[in-house]
Design a protein around this ligand. Structure first.
Ligand code: 26W
Length: 854
């Protein structure tokens, strides 16, 4: 080995001010004297008595209270810590085993993890539910009450964040070496409240009652640099090098969370970073005598991990957001290189050690960051660093909306991350040379593909950077991946066809069936055994029972019980009185125009208008309750107006005696993972009605099907695959497909034409427009109505009639309960494919090439 090769310098670079204190941790491992002191402690006994002891110990010594004087929160924290204790030994064992035989691992880089409540999941993973229940009973405590005391960590916006949580669950269950890296936001996704029907956001202070699931390591600080400038200098070997003199620094503090596999003794790690001010920084100002300024600068640094951006799909080029992205990725790569790897690591072997999976473009700044470390800290020349880097990343795209593709202005990049900007230019230069070689004379193509765009301002196209640097690029459902190849990234797929692949999303059956639907789980287990929880393909064995009358009756009983459960939840949580015996029709997802909540609303208004106008005999209408759940991004005007409209329509319909017992709309505020877990198992009908070609995949659609709801949906995202699997007879398809949409848009779409030619549609819109639902105030609905009639970007009016017809088919089908149950059972039996275990298997086989269970 030559000197310039791959040896971590003790003092990595001239650019670094402070030596990370945790480097000492890797010094000679010490030889403990006590026999118990070596190796992980053993798991506490899996008995009721053992559990009681551990629980009381946590309560007394951890919380410092006797049982008799403990609060609900004391009890919850003690229980959480007790269960965490059962996970810890397994966690240490997993880590030790992996250290002894190091293999290539996955670094899953995601700005969001929408975890949901932890307690039940941990109890299930350790098979402690029954023991904990009994142990708490003996202490006079109700486990269910403690479950409800947990505030869910909402560190994500929606689909993308929840997917990351499902994936790390599956990887632990498959014993795959993976660390999830992300941000420990102090405030997660806002809490939604309604004031006079309008959304009002309340901060989500999820840690206010304590964070029993996290293990902070304040001593392990990772330095992260921002701003400043770069300089050239000549190294001892005579080669020119670059150093980055940063303008300001922050420290990354590590918070570990355990990710338990399902009853397999494996516990993986989720590592989230919190920002803290450097001591040097505030000491300097402090000594200068300005105490207030010192504290302010501290706040400035700590702002980085303060709050999750609540925008889902419309990025605003906010500086703090770029700071967040760079912060967590820099911490994660540094942590991987300098903490999980041996000190004598040869960085040329990196591709055999790690694959960083980029969860959308949010962590893409990690690409120039790895380049920077390899070039400036490890002294590799550009070509060598680039060859290594290009093998260490893979990119998942989660969208098709052009406005959701992130770009960062060059001027912001130059100011915040000057060295990275230089490296991006270098990457772009060699990349565009490759393009010119592959397509000589095609300068238009070169411009289209460039990582740097010129309009409306010079900016870095993060999706291009990700695609260029990644081993593989994948979409999240068949249709989505095809559209990525053919439209969004077509130039790239022409150049590198083998780079593009699909991995259809999945959901964890542990949380979204076993935990959330205990009634169905019991029926399944009684029928085909327990194996399905970790092998969801086995649900196929239920198919024959669709023909079994007794089974169908039991299946309906399960649905009825789940409806009772959600009725109780909505009453307690929201004061909503759900009518009984209705078809339960559910649309839950972020509020976005492309998802078309307005279409669902137009359907309800149509049903209502039909009855009150006397056109339709109320006696012939299937009693139906629609449940909406949706948060709007705080700055998304149309989405917020739509929320107001839904609430307005709900208020009038729910109080109109003419439709009593027939139509009802429930819109519980603050839809989140916890509510999803209660709501989805109770649903009869799943609404997946996005405009074809817009929803990348959807994952809610999978959860509903697996819990025995039938889908009414467009040919979009994973709906396509759901329909293929369950069969046309067990799916209500409607609307234009993607080519039809493209054609209509090319032709020039005129929403008013549909309004004028369709009487029911016109009457529904007119009723809203008349102010009927807003106390005569027409102004209050004008934004939504005006948009529908004169803009309608997502072709709501064009798909209206097809949707109404499909809903009529739903009513007819629901009238035959035996046939409906048969279809619902087939939905459960045929959608095992949508387990996130299968998604992970696909990533492992097609992209990561890592070993499991070693
Ligand atoms: C503010 C910037 C921004 C841009 C895009 C924030 C978040 C995004 C995400 C890509 C949006 C998102 O969550 N996409 C969803 O990802 C799910 C998991 O793959 C898919 O199932 C959904 O269809 C897709 O909308």
């Amino acid at each position: 080995m030559t000197e310039s090769q791959a040896v971590i310098s003790a003092q990595p670079a001239a650019s670094r001010g402070d030596t990370p204190s945790y480097l000492h941790e890797r010094g000679p491992s010490f030889a403990p004297k006590h026999p118990l002191a070596s190796g992980p402690v053993s798991t506490p006994p899996h008995t009721v008595d053992g559990f009681v002891k551990e629980f009381l110990r946590e309560l007394n010594y951890g919380q410092g209270v006797p049982l008799s004087r403990s609060s609900l929160n004391d009890q919850y924290l003690a229980l959480a810590r007790t269960v965490r204790g059962y996970l810890t030994a397994r966690w240490l064992q997993t880590a030790t085993r992996r250290r002894q035989k190091p293999h290539k691992m996955v670094g899953y880089l995601s700005a969001e993890y929408l975890l949901g409540r932890q307690l039940d999941n941990a109890l299930l993973a350790t098979d402690l539910t029954a023991i904990a229940d009994e142990a708490l009973k003996q202490c006079g405590i109700d486990l269910d009450a403690l479950r409800q005391a947990e505030i869910e960590p909402g560190l994500g916006n929606g689909g993308l964040g929840r997917l990351a949580a499902c994936f790390i669950d599956s990887l632990a269950t498959m014993d795959a070496p993976c660390v999830g890296y992300g941000l420990r936001y102090e405030y997660g996704i806002f809490k939604q409240t309604f004031v006079d029907g309008r959304q009002v956001e309340v901060p989500d202070n999820w840690l206010s009652m304590g964070g029993p699931w996290e293990i902070p390591h304040p001593e392990m600080e990772v330095p992260v640099h921002f701003g400043g400038h770069t300089e050239r200098y000549v190294g001892e070997d005579g080669r020119e090098r670059t150093r980055w003199i940063s303008g300001w620094d922050v420290l990354g503090i590590r918070y570990n969370y355990m990710v338990p596999g399902y009853q397999n003794g494996v516990v993986n790690t989720l590592r989230l970073w919190r920002a803290r001010a450097t001591r040097a920084f505030d000491l300097h100002i402090f000594n200068a005598g300005d105490y207030a300024e010192a504290v302010r600068s501290q706040t400035f640094a700590e702002n980085i991990s303060k709050v999750l951006y609540p925008e889902d799909s419309t990025p605003q080029g906010k500086e703090l957001r770029l700071q967040q992205q760079y912060f967590f990725v820099a911490c994660s790569i540094y942590d991987f290189l300098k903490h999980t790897q041996p000190t004598d690591l040869d960085v040329r072997d990196l591709p055999e050690r790690i694959i960083f999976q980029l969860n959308d473009t949010h962590p893409v700044i990690g690409i120039p960051e790895l380049m920077r470390l390899l070039m400036d800290d490890y002294d590799l020349p550009f070509d060598e660093a680039w060859a290594i880097t290009r093998q260490c990343f893979a990119y998942t795209c989660h969208t098709l909306l052009p406005e959701a593709l992130e770009v960062w202005s060059v001027s912001l990049m130059e100011r915040l991350l000057p060295r990275h900007m230089e490296i991006i230019y270098m990457i772009n230069e060699v990349f565009l040379e490759e393009v010119r070689e592959a397509f000589p004379g095609d300068e238009l193509r070169v411009r289209r593909m460039s990582i740097i765009g010129d309009h409306p301002e010079r900016s870095v196209r993060m999706a291009h950077l990700a695609t260029v640097a990644s081993v593989k690029v994948n979409g999240v459902a068949e249709l989505h991946s095809q559209l990525l190849r053919d439209k969004v990234l077509s130039d790239f797929s022409e150049m590198w066809p083998e780079k593009f692949t699909n991995v259809t999303n999945g959901v964890t059956p542990r949380r979204f069936v076993r935990q959330s639907n205990p009634n169905l789980s019991k029926l399944i287990t009684d029928t085909i055994g327990v194996g399905w929880v970790a092998n969801l393909d086995r649900l196929r064995e239920l198919e024959v029972y669709a023909e079994d009358e007794e089974f169908r009756a039991k299946f309906r009983e399960v649905k009825a019980l789940n409806k009772e459960r959600i009725t109780a939840v909505l009453k307690r949580r929201d004061g909503i009185e759900l009518p009984q015996g209705h078809l339960l029709d559910v649309m839950v997802k972020r509020l976005h125009e492309y998802k078309r909540q307005t279409l669902k609303l137009l359907h309800m208004v149509t049903l209502y208008e039909g009855i009150i106008s006397g056109e339709v005999d109320a006696a012939t209408v299937t009693p139906r309750t629609v449940v909406f759940g949706a948060k709007a991004a705080p700055g998304y005007r149309m989405a917020k107006e739509t929320i107001f409209l839904i609430n307005s329509v709900a208020k009038v319909i729910n109080n109109d005696p003419r439709v009593e017992g027939k139509l009802f709309i429930a819109f519980p505020a603050n839809y989140n993972v916890t509510l999803a877990e209660r709501l989805i198992p109770a649903a009869d009908l799943s609404e997946q009605i996005s405009l074809a070609g817009k929803e990348a995949s959807g994952t809610g659609n999978m959860k509903f099907a697996l819990n025995g709801a039938l889908t009414i949906g467009t040919d979009d995202g994973a709906n396509v695959e759901i329909r293929q699997l369950v069969g046309d007879d067990n799916f209500f398809l409607f609307g234009m497909d993607e080519p039809a949409v493209a054609e209509l848009q090319a032709k020039g779409y005129q929403p008013t034409a549909y309004y004028e030619s369709n009487e029911r549609l016109r009457r529904a819109i007119n009723l809203i427009d008349s102010g009927h639902f807003t106390d005569g105030n027409r102004e209050a609905v004008s934004t939504v109505i005006g948009d529908l009639l004169y803009n309608d970007r997502f072709l709501v009016l064009a798909d209206y009639q097809s949707y109404i017809d499909a809903q009529a088919k739903v009513e007819a089908a629901y009238a035959d309960q035996e046939a409906w149950s048969r279809s619902a059972i087939l939905n459960v039996a045929r959608t095992g494919f949508f387990s996130s275990d299968r998604s992970m298997r696909d990533y492992i086989d097609r992209i990561w090439h890592i070993k499991t269970g070693s």
